[in-house]
Design a protein around this ligand. Structure first.
Ligand code: PMT
Length: 219
């Protein structure tokens, strides 16, 4: 039995990697499987929230009672998020969004000619920071994937991106983080913090959503 603590709340979240095209057949991406974000979507729906999940390319089934929108690139993810953001109570950025994209995407398959090749990258927009900067922003939760100085870097992102909460994971630990079934989180908000020790991603998602619910402004 799951208490419906999020009944009446609208929650939008991102999950999975993005793909940044080089040409019509190639891209750069990362190892995000979508498991953490899909666990959050499932847990939130079970807790009674109306859930919209914006997912990068992953091979996971859509959890029950979740509205899913698929995207490829960071720019597509940003535009779908902005299209759906206005009635939301909570936004969670769990996607591993590519920080950079190719400056010029070739329209035809690139040919193998030169011995060396240089491709130029430009910064992608920051989806989380864009949401957090809205005048009428939802309760905005980021993730931080770090390999060192986890607390310091996560707290930096909380302040710099003006978030309400950040969930940091140490992705250098074998068996946790990217493409693993388990994870552990250090959660920070402006005047508090909590450690959620290693467990499966669904249990962790339930604990994180319980914390988010406790920190939601009372209307
Ligand atoms: O998908 P899994 O295999 O289950 O793995 C889960 C996970 C490790 C991907 C997940 O737990 C996680 O840490 N997600 C965030 C990964 C990430 O990109 O972290 P970051 O520290 O680089 O980014 C910080 C925050 O800014 C994140 O909330 C990210 O969604 C957001 N961001 C980053 C760049 C960008 N252009 N736009 C963003 O919104």
């Amino acid at each position: 039995f799951t208490p419906k603590i999020l009944a009446g709340k609208k929650l939008l979240l991102t999950a999975g990697p993005t793909r940044e095209a080089i040409d019509p057949v190639r891209y750069i991406s990362n190892h995000s499987s979508g498991k953490m974000g899909f666990a959050l979507a499932q847990a939130a729906a079970e807790m009674g929230a109306e859930v919209t999940l914006v997912s990068g390319p992953v091979s996971l089934a859509t959890p029950a009672n979740v509205a899913r929108i698929n995207v490829d690139s960071a720019q597509q993810m940003l535009s779908v998020v902005m299209e759906h953001i206005s009635p939301q109570d909570i936004f969670i950025g769990c996607a591993a969004v590519a920080d950079y994209r190719f400056a010029d995407v070739a329209t035809e398959k690139m040919k193998k000619t030169a011995e060396q090749m240089q491709l130029s990258l430009i910064r992608n927009p920051d989806i989380l920071a864009t949401v957090a900067a809205l005048a009428d922003k939802p309760f905005t939760v980021g993730f931080a994937a770090e390999t060192n100085h986890v607390e310091q870097y996560a707290k930096g992102k909380l302040t710099r991106k003006k978030l309400d909460m950040i969930a940091a994971n140490d992705v250098s630990v074998q068996g946790l983080g990217f493409n693993a079934d388990n994870n552990a989180l250090q959660v920070f908000w402006p005047n508090g913090q909590q450690t959620l020790p290693t467990t499966d991603k669904l249990s962790l998602a339930r604990q994180l959503l319980t914390l988010i619910n406790q920190q939601l402004p009372t209307k």
